[in-house]
Design a protein around this ligand. Structure first.
Ligand code: ZN
Ligand code: ZN
Ligand code: ZN
Length: 360
């Protein structure tokens, strides 16, 4: 798609967490990655032996929460049968030499997004996604309140085998953790530093920039146009309360971030009106991804300020968001060894393709 002549080859620094960077190299030949084969989607509505399908509730641990409370459920939460973190261990953190271990206490729940077996997020109705987002909010709140040792509650979804989903009826998951995950910690701390210097939330600044920024970089000698950044170049979808952006330094080729336009550090602060708009923007962003990369396999996760006094001064500086990371290739030794993500399509080109999709 890109000519060798105007190929991009540059290292882009993540403006929020500068230690994270990505090598954007669109030149042919720079393909250190192996393409991930698109996974055929299981589109069956009901599967007899599937523990997450309606009518098979006895195959899962008991219901923790559901919506609606009685009658046919639309969203249902159960304990994870194979939790990565459990509630039962008492706190006795280990330190020996340089090695440190923190007890794996916590909770691991499964949110069955939809009673229908093979349905993808973009096929769900906006009303359903509104309910699902509400369930995310309710479970995060409940898990924080249930145990004061909990440092972070992570909501995420894996879709497709390349994204680690083990069942075609893919649920969302909630993990209440005894530590603040490093990704969140880095974002919170770096955005706090930015705020101390600039008295501004860096996420708000990035949104403003994405919505209004325009720049032309000229060649100093010839005066020819070297690069042009235009208005809305990174905006994939815009709602009344949310915007979906293709990050300038995207780690994954088709990565999209969804952020509230209103500054808010904590996802739990979402209003019902905002939740409606998030459902719409999420559905449209996922539809665009599906149209462009077909059978998208992805992870998405929510980043929100941790409920811990240590971060009580980060409400002005942090801005919650949803990160969607489609998995289209397998990281290679170069990426794992260098910590440098490689993107073989430029974020500008990817955003353009995503925006070009016609939705009704
Ligand atoms: Zn099922
Ligand atoms: Zn902000
Ligand atoms: Zn984040």
């Amino acid at each position: 798609m890109t000519d060798q002549a105007d190929a991009v080859r540059e290292i882009r620094i993540n403006p929020i967490v500068p230690s994270e960077s990505v090598l954007v190299s669109t030149a042919r030949g720079m393909r250190p990655r192996k393409e991930e084969a698109p996974a055929p989607r299981d589109t069956r509505k009901h599967v007899d032996r599937c523990p997450f399908c309606t009518g098979n509730e006895q195959l899962t641990p008991p219901t923790v929460a559901s919506w609606p409370d009685d009658g046919d459920w639309q969203v249902r939460v159960v304990e994870n049968l194979y939790p990565v973190l459990g509630d039962d261990s008492v706190s006795s953190n280990l330190v020996f030499g340089l090695q440190q271990a923190i007890d794996g206490y916590g909770r691991h729940e499964v949110i069955i997004d939809h009673p229908e077996h093979g349905i993808a997020i973009h096929d769900m109705s906006e009303a359903h996604l509104y309910t699902l987002v509400g369930m995310y909010r309710d479970r995060i709140r409940a898990l924080y309140e249930a145990d004061e040792r909990i440092q972070y509650v992570l909501v995420f979804k894996n879709f497709g085998p390349a994204a680690g989903a083990s069942i075609p009826h893919t649920p969302s998951q909630v993990i209440a953790m005894p530590v603040v995950p490093e990704n969140v910690y880095n974002e919170v701390i770096h955005s706090r530093k930015y705020f101390e210097k600039n008295r501004q939330c860096i996420f708000c600044s990035l949104i403003d920039e994405a919505l209004t920024f325009e720049a032309t970089i000229y060649d100093r000698e010839s005066g020819a146009v070297r690069r042009q950044f235009s208005v809305g170049q990174y905006v994939v979808e815009r709602g009344r309360h949310f915007v979906a952006i293709k990050p300038f330094a995207s780690r994954y080729e088709w990565e999209i971030h969804i952020l509230p336009l209103r500054h808010c550090s904590d996802f739990l602060g979402i209003s019902d009106e905002e939740r409606e708009d998030l459902a719409r923007v999420l559905k449209r962003a996922m539809s665009r991804l599906d149209a462009v990369i077909g059978g998208a396999q992805y992870n998405f996760f929510l980043h929100s300020v941790p409920h811990n006094n240590e971060f009580s001064n980060c409400h002005d500086s942090y801005h919650w968001h949803l990160e969607i990371c489609p998995r289209t290739s397998i990281p290679t030794g170069f990426e794992l060894g260098s910590g440098l993500f490689v993107s073989t399509i430029s974020p500008e080109e990817a955003a353009e393709q995503l925006r070009a999709v016609e939705l009704e």
